[in-house]
Design a protein around this ligand. Sequence first.
Ligand code: ANZ
Ligand code: ZN
Length: 801
Amino acid sequence: MNYDHKQIEGKWRGYWEENPINQPGEGKENYYCLDMFPYPSGSGLHVGHWRGYVLSDVWSRYKVLQGYHVLHPMGWDAFGLPAENYAIKMGVHPSKATAENVANFKRQLKEISAIYDWDKEVNTTDPDYYKWTQWIFVKMFKEGLAYEKEMPINWCPSCKTGLANEEVVNGECDRCGSSVTKKNLRQWMLKITAYAERLLNDLEGLEWPEKVKKMQSDWIGKSYGAEIDFEVEGLENKIKVFTTRPDTLYGSTFMVLAPEQAMVKELATEEQKEAVEKYVFNASMKSSVDRLQDKEKTGVFTGSYAINPLNGAKIPIWISDYVLADYGTGAIMCVPAHDERDFAFAKRFDLPIIQVIAKEGEELVPLEEAYTEEGVMVNSQVFDGMKSLEAKEAIANYLAEHDIGKKTTNYKLRDWVFSRQRYWGEPIPIVHCEKCGAVPVPEENLPVTLPDVESYEPTGTGESPLADIDEWVNTTCPECGGHAKRETNTMPQWAGSSWYFLRYVDPRNKEQLVSPEIAKEWLPVDMYVGGIEHAVLHLLYARFYTKFLHDIGVVEFGEPFKRLFNQGMICKNGAKMSKSKGNVVSPDDLVEKYGCDSLRIYELFVGPPELDSEWDDRGIDGVYRFINKVWNLVTNNIGKEVAVTKEMEKVRHQMIYEITTRLNNFSLNTVVSGFMEYTNKLIDINKSQGGIDSETIEILIVLLAPFAPHIAEELWGQMGHEQTVFANPWPTFDKEKMKEDTIKLPVQINGKVRATIEMDAEADKESVLSAAREAIESKLDGKSIVKEIYVPKKIINIVVK
Ligand code: ANZ
Ligand code: ZN
């Protein structure tokens, strides 16, 4: 019988629908394996999307075989711009387009044959779901973590909406690539900064890639340093600067403020006023990209001077846009000798450079560039001669004692700009009352459902399209019953995805976000699989939400994802596979031609799963041949009674060992090559010994089951079993039985291989050497042996003269 993937895959898919392989059972432990849920776009799935889903399904099925009851859910992160943009273009309501896309995605996902629990499906746009997204917001509001603020925010002129810092990449909108500008708008903010310390510290206990942990800690960006007050000549107010290098204070030769810093106006003297105003205006017109990319430093002198608090030196105060308004205090003391940006600025505007740290034992010569390393203090009065690291402490302490400054820490993390001026998102559940101010919608009145609108078009004025629906906007105040207006901003797409993993375990609960008992059974997530692009955004927000829900008693744990695996991207012609690049390979044709099992295995075989890999359709042929080999080997042995030999046993245990170890390390591409290697070995034995014992054959089938479930199930059945192959335990190996009986050892004469000997694997040194001598005896050409070296189990080298 030939391998007919269509017939086999159809048959088993139907069977599994009726008889799910993943069942609770006495004594079974729970295991939660989660995929990052997709945004159901109109373009459907390509082979790049398959990769992550195959990885997590292989892992889930492996856990089933290990005896766990596995939760492997799937759902839809369905709010967001694309559906809305589609609505604008086509005049189709986003909910309709979303429903169609979800149906299409679901059909395509079923082709993967993953063991998703479809009855646990969630959809962020479902009012029963977003009721709880809104509920979390109300709770945050009540805890003072959601607040309103008028502030200059990142504004994408093309998406016509505000963006969070995390959504701005190199000054560009993460979605559309337009240059992001600043706009002053009233915003809803979430105080994620209140959790900065915990978000940083708790990274330590996570089994996550180091790279992702580092990205998060860099994003949180904790710096230790000092705030120092500088007096200004002729002014009451002092300027506060933030520095990580108080040790360099004697070398501060000028000061720079951000153009938006509050003191800029009063610092500008009469003569400099015009120039300062012009500079400030120009800076406000520049996009963040320009500000970041400007190679040449720009700046303007304010006309005022500050006083160095340690030595009374008079230092000029400048303004420049290389200083950020919203970090530290928006003002810095500049030390050109020891900071690269300050050095460039000093060179450009001809400001003095005073070196205060020197390399130990070296003479002072004029600096060609900033000296940024540690060293010994010079030109620093009483601190001279001290190590700079010690001076950092000493000067900070001195400043604190004299009330000129204090030690502080600073975080790069900013509060989260949480409002979007768009239609297709969760309405923020707040009403504005003239008397009572911002009042949360009472929890029992949630959800605030998203009303229908005539036009989804963003207004561009900073108001969402909801603002036009009078009968929705006008309402009564829950507190005083007076006239009030609804908040018309919506939440960012991240809102619904920051907590969905909690809902999966109890998706239809009408009373609670999640029942505490059920949460305890399943959460936190044991394994989370998804793309690296979420390293800061989604993963940071989800950690923040979880910590908040922990603090208000909804869940017992503070970290949502114990283990994280980031799969690399699938590329084609060197570029990330995507519809917009036109290099998409659809899984449909490949499934049709080779079958789901072959495509699943090829997804793993393309390369190490954590790295980006180039897709080549031709590669799947090799996988298909391998599958056919397995088919032929197994069907060939059905009904044969073959006695097990030592050799068969050895290969069997080696195979279990290799596959299991590689799988545990998530080295799935080498699992596949391992299968190919061991299948070939078994085929050789099959040839030379006329068959393979049935236990070895069955173990091959069980091992293969998580990867190629259909063929495994079919062959298992053909071996005469009634139960599913997934009812088996994962095979175990015996190290003793893996041992090779004999080993081949190369014998070298003066470093050149001249013979090979075959020895008992446990043979001692003396017998190895005597066999080696014998093997090369005829090749000595009358020379005599002066030395013999044996590297155990590897090689023998005989030195002759
Ligand atoms: C004096 C100094 C001397 C500095 C020196 C550095 C080296 P982190 O926290 O590690 O990023 N700084 C402070 N606020 C700033 C702002 N709003 N915009 C731009 N730069 C700012 O770096 C903190 C250092 O960056 C601070 O220490 C300050 O320059 C600068 F040899 O102060 B430093
Ligand atoms: Zn009121």
